[in-house]
Design a protein around this ligand. Structure first.
Ligand code: NAD
Length: 478
């Protein structure tokens, strides 16, 4: 199905706060020396040089960025970019002219020169990519555009950031890896949850072996997204029962995945942080996965309750099971349970659990138990632990992050992208991560379609995961 529509108005799936002081731009130059000093260390640790595909290291003071897709997410990236003194926004592309207008207003208000504008049709982004004055692009379009845009961007020599998920099919996963290796252009999957404050504190605890030897993880995307909408300006928020052409924002394109696909279509917010903790593609890898889906009742019930049983959408047969549960086996003997749950009434939770031989953290209930430290059989409130192990990145840059969106993590993911791109270094979350995490979507569909049959993950690193070193999240600057 076709995902683009010039008339779309994006949906506020997340409420994204913008900076309170839009004219105050970060001066990151104070940390440039720090970045430079650590760059070589970073390169050594992060890239594992034998495996480092990528062009020559550069040191740019100013990164010239373009945005493809300036819907809600792209605009969030834009407003965060506009806070920085080490970035210029050279071009924007969106097929929705109302989004272009909003983006141009943000840019003008921040005192930047007017950007070049693209978006006359679905493939006008390719004209943007021809511009030699653009160093890096950020892709925030609907899912089915991600891989083809990222592949084109890498082929055009751009340092490429792509929103989550990165790919929809196994072929697309390989396209990302192959294009990265063939072109030497870097790809970063812009998984902001990897930078959540509690996640980085728990990563800090993992690296210091507070949980002992890791054995098990749970995670997922559990977010009530039933708010399929009617774009009539009258129906109250959360009561609409339309999607596609009649919907607004993400209901223009996202809801349709629930109609047509029975699989975990949004795995990376959950699995990304867990994969980093257990060093996937860097000493460990996903081996195989089984997936199971419940029946689909949530959207039909919601439409009948809000639109009536005679509404045409009440007759649709939704394909995506309401709760999809996948269990991944890793090469190092851990299991990871990943849940997708977006069509039921429920409060938001990514459901994290990180468990080792010495204890565990659970995000729901915000609790930690460490044998020998906690009272036997009693949970500790996680807060004191998370404060104690607050990640150096948050200690150092927490003030910059305030107001950037999603509790501050949006600052960090963008900062990692910009700093990596300025140096043309491999990003912390790279093409192999993008491929391995996104592969959960097609593999879950295949497993569910075959009664839970185990599906093997391809080894996107072609054996090199054995020698690739973990990214050093503690010492590195981003
Ligand atoms: P959206 O619908 O608001 O924005 C998508 C934009 O892409 C629209 O403005 C649309 O006009 C534009 N577009 C579509 N096809 C295009 C084309 N061919 N060329 C140029 N522009 C095109 O959706 P969104 O909420 O901004 O989501 C965008 C992406 O960001 C999705 O992949 C979503 O999953 C992701 N996202 C991530 C987070 C996060 O926390 N990391 C949060 C929200 C969304």
């Amino acid at each position: 199905f076709r995902e683009s529509n010039p008339k779309r108005i994006p949906l506020l799936i997340f409420k994204i706060p913008i900076f309170k002081q839009p004219n105050t731009r970060y001066d990151m130059s104070s940390r440039r020396d720090f970045v430079k000093k650590t760059a070589l260390v970073t390169a050594g640790i992060a890239l594992a040089p034998t495996l480092a595909y990528g062009g020559t290291k550069t040191t740019k003071d100013i990164l010239r960025v373009a945005l493809i897709g300036v819907g809600l997410r792209g605009t969030n990236h834009l407003t965060n970019l506009l806070q920085r003194k080490d970035v210029t926004v050279e071009a924007i592309c969106d097929i929705d002219s109302t989004r272009i207008t909003i983006a141009k207003e943000h840019i003008a208000k921040a005192g930047f020169k007017a950007p070049k504008v693209f978006g006359k049709d679905d493939y006008d982004y390719r004209n943007l990519l021809e511009d030699k004055n653009i160093d890096a692009v950020i892709i925030s379009t609907p899912w089915l555009w991600h891989t083809r845009m990222a592949v084109d961007a890498m082929k055009a020599g751009k340092y490429t950031g792509v929103e989550v998920s990165a790919a929809n099919t196994m072929e697309e996963c390989w396209d990302l890896v192959n294009t990265h290796e063939e072109t030497g252009s870097h790809l970063m999957i812009l998984e902001n949850v990897n930078y959540r404050r509690d996640i980085l504190a728990v990563l800090n605890m993992v690296r210091q072996e507070v949980f002992g030897e890791l054995i098990h993880f749970r995670c997922g995307y559990q977010h009530d997204l039933r708010f399929v909408k009617l774009n009539d300006g009258v129906t109250p928020y959360g009561k609409g029962v339309e999607f596609g052409e009649k919907g607004i924002s993400e209901s223009k394109w996202r809801t349709q995945h629930s109609l047509l696909r029975n699989g975990d279509v949004y795995p990376t917010h959950g699995v990304g942080p867990m994969a980093t903790m257990c060093n996937i593609n860097r000493g460990n890898r996903f081996m195989s996965m089984t997936s199971h889906a419940t029946k689909a009742v949530g959207l039909k019930k919601y439409i009948i309750e809000n639109g009536g049983k005679d509404h045409p959408n009440a007759k649709l047969n939704w394909k995506q099971g309401d709760v999809i549960t996948s269990t991944i086996d890793t090469a190092n003997g851990e299991t990871i349970i990943v849940t997708h749950d977006c069509n039921s009434p429920r409060p938001y939770s990514l459901g994290f659990r990180v468990q080792g031989s010495q204890g565990l953290w659970e995000v729901d209930g915000s609790r930690i138990y460490i044998e020998g430290k906690s009272e036997p059989h009693r949970w500790d409130d996680a807060k004191a632990w998370l404060d104690k192990y607050d990640h150096p990145l948050w200690k150092k840059y927490g003030e910059y992050a305030t107001g950037s969106g999603h509790g501050g993590m949006d600052f960090f993911v963008l900062n990692a992208f910009v700093e990596s791109a300025k140096e043309n270094l491999a990003p912390p979350l790279d093409a192999y991560d993008a491929a391995a995490w996104s592969a959960i979507t097609p593999l879950s569909e295949a497993s569910i379609a075959n009664n839970g049959e185990p599906q093997d993950f391809p080894d996107f690193t072609r054996g090199l995961w054995v020698r690739r070193k973990p990214y050093n999240w503690i010492k590195d600057t981003y």
